[in-house]
Write a protein that binds this ligand. Structure first.
Ligand code: SF4
Length: 463
């Protein structure tokens, strides 16, 4: 089943035929895996109209900034790079420079004002517009702005055609299965920058993963902002996320399926069963907690309680005792008191995640939390973050120690750059493991026993 196009006049579909070489492109990417994935898609679109990947930005004819709005830092970096590109463009008038991604969606007018030399600003609604924008820029240099988001909830506009078929196969690949978000957490800009939740038709996903597996991909990570709510509003009818996992598990050659990030409230029994019973679904779950305090969760508009979150954790651990569990946590959300922060520390200590991405709250203009007057001072946020990281680092090292003497299955990804002769990869539970071995093992799974543990993972020995 094909995706429903947004149908702007200048949408160009990827050409299957090779195009004459026209120059090179460079994409600078900030942000999440979804953005990394978009950048790959951007590359495919540019290659479809005759551009090749440049080795560096300075030699490229088309330069794209694929931006991120989740925190302030990547936005600052994008504006700083735009300043440098303005200088470059004075001497190289032929280059085409565009901004896309979440920041292009959320701050298009400001970008246009601060970087008037740009050729175009393209939001997240439809990357398929990119070839047309580049063609127009090459012909008449008029500034273009395309930041419409799909109007209809459930409409999938993102076409993902012919992906990677001509590329060197990747051992591991990310596969977006859902775009946008309907949750509207008060700190988050994603529903504004990526629009309402839309799922890709299951047949498209299956076809893409099968194509990648036939080319040598062994592991896929399914991507979505709330990945486990996948499958609503599809023309084919509702497809539960667990059903998609079972279906993809049928693909020959595919060995591992991961997914990120599930939303706690939507984590139901059928998904726990798939994690327990489907051998290709890895025993790891990244379940964002965000805060360990019920009052904070209400303020964040996260629709679950600590009790219900811990119930999912217990059920997962009961189903798969060695389950790897990781999370995201924000400290210093507006109004967070010392007591509420202590509750987060206590919750994290009780749950004992194997790893966590921990952040100090960053004001996102245009979000309910960003407009609040009770912002926490930077030094308090910094102090809370340092305390949480200290605690979590200790727990992570202790959790890794539990794997000393135990067997792990590692997908060998490569040879360590620092220690030639040492191979590295991730266990099924998402532990980074290094061990001595022959490079011919790269690309295959290996059985390894843990011999020493660190905060970052384990050193092991081949069995
Ligand atoms: S679930 Fe919340 S934090 Fe995650 S993308 Fe949606 S709005 Fe943002």
């Amino acid at each position: 089943m094909s995706a429903i196009p947004l149908s702007p006049s200048n949408r160009i579909t990827l050409s299957a035929r090779p195009q004459p070489r026209r120059g090179t492109y460079f994409v600078q990417t900030w942000g999440c895996q979804m953005n990394e994935e978009d950048s790959e898609q951007i590359g495919l679109y540019l290659e479809s109209i005759g551009f090749e990947k440049a080795n560096n930005m300075l030699e490229a004819q088309v330069i794209l900034l694929n931006t991120c709005s989740v925190r302030k830092k990547p936005e600052d970096k994008a504006f700083s790079l735009l300043g440098e590109l303005q200088i470059l463009k004075k001497t190289r008038k032929d280059i085409i420079v565009g901004v896309c991604g979440c920041m292009a969606q959320a701050r298009s007018e400001e970008i246009k004002r601060r970087a008037p030399f740009l050729d175009f600003v393209l939001g997240t609604g439809d990357l398929g517009l990119l070839p047309g924008l580049v063609e127009e820029a090459a012909q008449n240099r008029k500034f273009r702005m395309r930041v419409e988001l799909p109007e209809r909830k459930g409409t999938v506009v993102e076409e993902v055609p012919q992906r990677r078929i001509d590329r060197v196969p990747k051992l591991k690949a990310f596969v977006p299965i859902q775009y946008g978000c309907d949750k509207f957490c008060t700190y988050c800009i994603v529903p504004t920058t990526r629009g309402r939740e839309r799922s890709r038709p299951s047949a498209d996903i299956y076809e893409e993963v099968a194509l990648m597996a036939s080319a040598g991909t062994k592991e896929v990570t399914l991507l979505g902002q709330t990945v486990n709510s996948y499958g609503k509003n599809l023309l084919e009818g509702r497809v539960p996320f667990s059903q998609l996992l079972w279906k993809l598990a049928e693909i020959e050659g595919l060995e591992r399926i991961r997914y990120t990030s599930p939303y706690p409230r939507d984590f139901k029994a059928d998904l726990i069963e798939a994690v327990r019973d489907c051998p290709k679904v890895m025993e790891h779950c990244h379940l964002p907690l965000q805060s360990g305090d019920d009052e904070m969760l209400v303020e964040m508009k996260r629709v679950y309680t600590i009790e219900s979150f811990e119930k999912i954790i217990s059920e997962l651990r009961e189903a798969v005792p060695h389950m790897g569990l990781t999370t995201d946590v924000i400290v210093g959300f507006p109004g967070e008191t010392d007591r509420q922060f202590e509750n987060t520390l206590a919750t994290m200590e009780r749950i004992r995640f194997d790893g966590a991405y921990m952040f100090a709250y960053s004001i996102r203009p245009g979000t309910p939390a960003g407009d609040r007057k009770d912002q926490i001072p930077e030094d308090v946020k910094k102090d809370r973050l340092a305390r949480l990281i200290d605690q979590q680092n200790r727990i992570a090292a202790e959790k890794n120690e539990e794997w000393i003497g135990r067997e792990m299955e590692i997908l060998v990804e490569g040879v360590s750059a620092r220690n030639p002769g040492t191979l590295q990869g991730y266990s099924r539970e998402f532990r980074m493991v290094c061990f001595k071995g022959d490079p011919s093992r790269v690309g295959r799974t290996a059985k390894v026993v843990g011999v020493s543990a660190h905060q970052w993972g384990l050193v092991g020995e081949l069995i």
